[in-house]
Ligand binder design. Structure first.
Ligand code: TYM
Length: 335
């Protein structure tokens, strides 16, 4: 059995990048008989990025409904909220105590803030919370609490998985036992980074996302029509390889469909028409899921029950693991 684990931060509505980078490959993996899957809402991570309670609450519901609508089977997958597992913050502390500060100095998100501040001539750490700094350790605890071997993610998370490996290795070394398996990122090379409307990585923080379900088919179409293209007119050949529209299409299409679309672009299909083709391709995949999503989101109590059951299953594994660690590091009960 291979243990597969992944999470999504609950700061917004799921977008196509989350779907092709994490949700879709994770669900495909979870259907394999030799896989033991753990998928969760990273709502403690959300607190690092948002102090808007209503936004976090809404996002938790939307992300949970999205996973289920995309085909997650809660009888097969352990599906839970990070904040329902007190063993995770407990493990985070154990890990913080063996993590070199220098390792965290190199984290991309933290470094980006420092570089920005430095450029503006401000205190390098201005506006940086200790939470942002510790982000990679909390993520390591998510993974190591369950000894996950494979972590399906988009390319932007690779550094975090590498840090989780470093931290696990360090802990194993200090306490002289293989407590933790070293996790590996599982990346779909085809869609490692899905571009957004402006061609940069699709990301909530760039405000360039295409929502997976929110707003329905009308919003999906309207958003796709806003994808930035060059100014070539209908009839002029287009370059598929420099077009984010084509990259997004590929993430949803078979090789034959992609080849046909490539030809259409090279033969000069207009951008408006090309966007319609892209919309129809995505809509064909998304429409049946969207119907399930709308039913689910109207029944938060049913989702709540699924997540509580998931938390019970998750704690049955994380609990004994933490007990073992407590004993090993000197926190054993006196008897
Ligand atoms: P988050 O919430 O930013 O993104 C969730 C997942 O979606 C992927 N993703 C993308 N993939 C391809 N193209 C894109 N444009 C794109 N945008 C997002 C991300 O790579 C990710 O897989 N720190 C994590 C959440 C997390 C986690 C974990 C993940 C917390 N603990 C433990 C795995 C294991 C994050 O903020 O992802």
């Amino acid at each position: 059995q291979t243990r597969v684990l992944t999470g999504i931060t609950t700061t917004g509505t799921p977008h196509l990048g989350n779907y092709v980078g994490a949700i879709r490959p994770a669900i495909a993996a979870s259907r394999r008989a030799d896989v033991d899957a753990f998928f969760f809402m990273a709502d403690y991570h959300a607190l690092i990025k948002s102090d808007d309670p209503a936004r976090i609450e809404r996002s938790r519901l939307e992300i949970a409904a999205s996973w289920l609508a995309a085909g997650l089977d809660p009888n097969k997958v352990t599906f839970y909220r990070q904040s329902d597992i007190p063993e995770i913050p407990e493990l985070t502390w154990f890990l913080i105590c063996v993590t070199a500060k220098g390792l965290l100095n190199r984290a991309h998100a933290y470094k980006a803030s420092v570089d920005q501040n430095t450029e503006k001539g401000e205190d390098p750490d201005a506006g940086v919370t200790a939470g942002l700094y510790m982000y990679p350790v909390l993520m390591a605890a998510d993974i190591l609490a369950f000894n996950a071997q494979h972590v399906p993610v988009g390319r932007d998370q690779i550094q975090h998985i590498e840090m989780a490996r470093d931290i696990a290795q360090r802990f194993n070394h200090i306490y002289q036992r293989e407590f933790f398996v070293l996790p590996e990122a599982l990346i779909e090379e085809q869609v490692a980074t899905l571009p957004g409307l402006d061609g940069r990585k699709m990301s909530k923080s760039y405000d360039n996302t295409i929502p997976l379900f929110a707003g329905g088919t009308k919003q999906l179409r309207e958003t796709i029509m806003r994808i930035v293209t060059d100014s070539r007119m209908p009839g002029e050949p287009k370059d598929p390889d420099s077009s984010s529209l084509f990259t997004i299409f590929q993430a949803f299409a078979s090789e034959a469909e992609s080849a046909a679309f490539r030809r259409a672009l090279e033969e000069g299909i207009g951008w408006g028409e090309a966007k319609q083709v892209l919309y129809e391709r995505i809509e064909a995949d998304v429409a049946p899921m969207r119907e399930r999503y709308e039913n689910l989101i109207a029944r938060p109590a049913a989702i709540e029950e699924i997540l509580r059951e998931g938390a019970r299953k998750a704690r049955a594994i994380a609990g004994p693991k933490i007990a073992e660690l407590r004993d090993a590091i000197g926190l054993r009960a006196m008897s």
